[in-house]
Ligand binder design. Structure first.
Ligand code: PHE
Length: 523
């Protein structure tokens, strides 16, 4: 097909010199001029193939045309909905009125519905008993301006009676290599051509040294992974060790109870937390620790009055998708305190506490021996889950960046100082702190950063000094303080890459092209 169109174009150019309008061509196999959209598309294909061989040049012209939609065509053939309703009804007083059910059968549901309303409005039909009749009026007339002014077209488009179609047609001229023969130039020199000698007379396709070639495809890191790597490096530079955080599923005990989150806390509700149905419950935690945690909740202890609220073992053992990585921090802190509890267990936290001992322990080797405490700086960056309504800035799962520092006699000033260094490493120099509340930290601070691009203060994290009600049941000595903080990985990533809808950062709406093109470092 394409070849015969190509031949037609070349022959027409040969006899006429040029083709002013390709809509005048009569495509082989048809008997009429190529006015349709499809015919012009086929012509375009042929033109492009000839253009690549410089046999022709062409100019593109656009036309806008209108075509009737199915409904429009029906109205054009059978009359408007209201006219069809009118025409099937008997004239008032001259026949049995038609009831609405019957009318539907006669003219179809759509016409009965739309047509009745309009015919009533126009005063063409009326009611007689339970049925409909046409009012005395011998004929109805076509209304409306039959010219195709833009206003009329717009109205018909709005009523979906016509649809706009964009069309193209072309003006064609001879190209530098014009000839009426469409023999393709050779792209390869073959052994056959050499033996037969046809290579001498063949024409060859020119090499295109300008061609850019196919872009090589390669993997690309997602922006979240790039920012994660950068933050991970910041932590490592500051002497932190990465915590294992592979357990997405936790028990209520580790996610909440161990953190002194009361069993009645709203964060534990079904609306906020995803609970597992199978298996739905965890094995019991170590009994002595479980009992200490339970006691500090119900009766208090370690200088605390406790919540004095009922305790349900059931709440403790429920399995859930962790709502924060602080659940993993709690596991690590509990392990870190093993020696303090006097447990002679294989110390698998050693690799996480390779940092120097605290100044106090370094000076006083006996303390370390006596209570077994070793300071630690730990971090994690991993996924958490919350039963959130999704919107432009919230998904039901996201990543938390979390750090904890355990040492003797840390103060709030240490936490604030740490925060300033940590955020300045992320390029955030201006930070402010606001008192806040977490069940597991006291005092607690929300962290705000000034965002120069947004020109406002935005909340970037949450932090605090872990409460004795959490640390002492684990077995930490009284002078050990642990501070911690958490922030989302998505927020700094979105700010960094100028993404304002989280659904374009993760999920099926993500643009792979943007991911491939986004730079690794953006300060
Ligand atoms: N878990 C807190 C959150 O989800 C962050 C945090 C971690 C706060 C550690 C204080 C200490 O927002």
């Amino acid at each position: 097909m394409s070849e015969s169109i190509q031949q037609l174009i070349l022959d027409t150019l040969d006899t006429q010199g040029s083709i002013a309008d390709t809509r005048t061509l009569v495509v082989p196999g048809t008997s009429h001029a190529a006015t349709s959209h499809d015919a012009q598309l086929a012509i375009l294909g042929a033109l492009n193939s000839l253009l690549s061989r410089e046999m022709v040049t062409y100019e593109t012209n656009e036309v806008i045309s209108h075509a009737l939609t199915a409904e429009g065509a029906q109205i054009a053939n059978e009359g408007s909905h209201e006219a069809r309703v009118w025409s099937v009804l008997p004239l008032k007083g001259q026949g049995e009125p038609i009831n609405p059910g019957q009318l539907k059968k006669e003219v179809g549901d759509e016409t009965a519905k739309v047509g009745q309303g309009r015919a009533f409005k126009n005063g063409w039909i009326g009611k007689e008993g339970a049925g409909l009749v046409k009012l005395v009026m011998p004929t109805i007339f076509r209304t409306g301006n039959l010219s195709s002014g833009e206003k009329v077209l717009a109205d018909l488009r709005k009523r979906k009676l016509i649809a706009q179609k964009k069309g193209q047609w072309f003006a064609v001229m001879k190209g530098a290599n014009f000839s009426t023969s469409i023999a393709k130039p050779e792209t390869d020199l073959t052994a056959d051509m050499l033996t037969s000698g046809s290579w001498k007379t063949s024409t060859y396709k020119k090499y295109n040294f300008e061609a850019e070639g196919i872009p090589t495809s390669g993997g690309a890191l997602h922006p979240l992974l790039k920012v994660r790597e950068e933050i991970r490096n910041n932590f490592l530079e500051m002497g932190f060790c990465e915590m294992p955080t592979q357990s997405f599923v936790e028990s209520g005990f580790w996610c909440f109870d161990a953190l002194f989150v009361p069993q009645q806390h709203p964060a534990r509700d079904l609306q906020d937390t995803f609970y597992l149905s199978d298996p739905s419950h965890s094995l019991p935690p170590q009994e002595a620790y479980y009992n200490r945690v339970k006691t500090v909740h119900v009766d208090g202890g370690f200088g605390s009055a406790g919540y004095r609220a009922p305790w349900q073992p059931e709440e403790s053992s429920k399995l859930l998708l962790r709502t924060h990585t602080t659940a993993s921090s709690a596991h690590m802190l509990y392990k870190l305190a093993a020696k303090c509890r006097g447990e002679d267990i294989e110390d698998d936290t050693k690799e996480f506490t390779h940092g120097a001992a605290s100044t106090k322990d370094a000076n006083d080797k006996t303390t370390a021996k006596v209570d077994g405490f070793r300071p630690a700086k730990l971090f994690s960056i991993d996924r958490v889950f919350r039963n959130e309504t999704m919107d432009a800035t919230h998904l039901a799962e996201f990543h938390q960046v979390e750090g904890v520092v355990a040492d003797r006699n840390l103060t709030l000033a240490d936490l604030i100082g740490f925060m300033r260094v940590f955020f300045s490493k992320m390029g955030i120099e201006q930070v402010r702190f606001k008192p806040a509340y977490n069940p597991y930290t006291e005092p607690s601070l929300e962290i705000f950063a000034f965002h120069p691009m947004l020109n406002k203060w935005v909340e970037v994290g949450n932090s605090g000094m872990f409460r004795p009600e959490m640390l002492e049941p684990m077995g930490f000595p009284k002078d050990v303080r642990v501070h911690g903080w958490g922030l989302s990985l998505e927020r700094p990533t979105m700010i960094r890459y100028g993404i304002n809808n989280i659904r374009t950062l993760v999920g099926h709406k993500t643009s792979i092209e943007n991911i491939e093109n986004s730079p690794a470092v953006m300060f």
